[in-house]
Design a protein. Structure first.
Length: 162
């Protein structure tokens, strides 16, 4: 029984944390979030392929590093955390896209922009927490799309500065 309570508490804490992170990132990096939305809408196939190739490549690299003891395991963890951070940058675009569809700007719904964004992020995270379909189908697809969009944004930003 205590294990079940722990799992429920961990799930609720993860839900609240992921919702807060996605909502916060939309407002911390608004230009990149808007670019991620634009990329995800206009070029979803390219975004998915770039994310898939990079996820596979860096996943294999992290797998090799994880075989190298404590230092290699730490390096593998850092690689995966960086990929996850880049994927979250791309997922902010998805939150903006869903917010526009859930709460169209021309409707008088009475919701502030922050409330609409946080509710949209909560719906997205709830969909990812759905058993089986959310865990094994929706979450990997959206993380790969987010990784692709994040990488496109970061590499285009670097090439613009050069």
């Amino acid at each position: 029984m205590t294990e079940l309570i722990g799992i429920i508490a961990l799930t609720l804490a993860g839900f609240a944390t992921l919702t807060a992170v996605l909502t916060t990132l939309v407002y911390l990096i608004p230009v990149r979030a808007e670019r991620a939305r634009h990329i995800s809408v206009n070029r979803p196939g390219r975004t998915f392929i770039i994310g898939l190739v990079n996820a596979l490549f860096f996943g294999i690299v992290a797998l090799f590093f994880s075989q190298g003891g404590d230092a290699g395991g730490l390096l593998a963890l850092l690689i995966l955390l960086v990929l996850l951070g880049i994927a979250f940058i791309g997922l902010t675009g998805l939150v903006l896209l869903l917010r526009q569809r859930f709460y169209p700007p021309h409707e008088e719904s009475g919701h502030t922009l922050l409330a609409a964004t946080s509710r949209t992020a909560a719906v997205l995270v709830a969909a990812l927490l759905a058993p089986v379909i959310g865990w094994f189908i929706l979450a990997p697809i959206l993380l790969i799309l987010g990784l692709g969009a994040g990488l496109i944004i970061l590499t285009s930003r670097l090439s613009e500065k050069s």
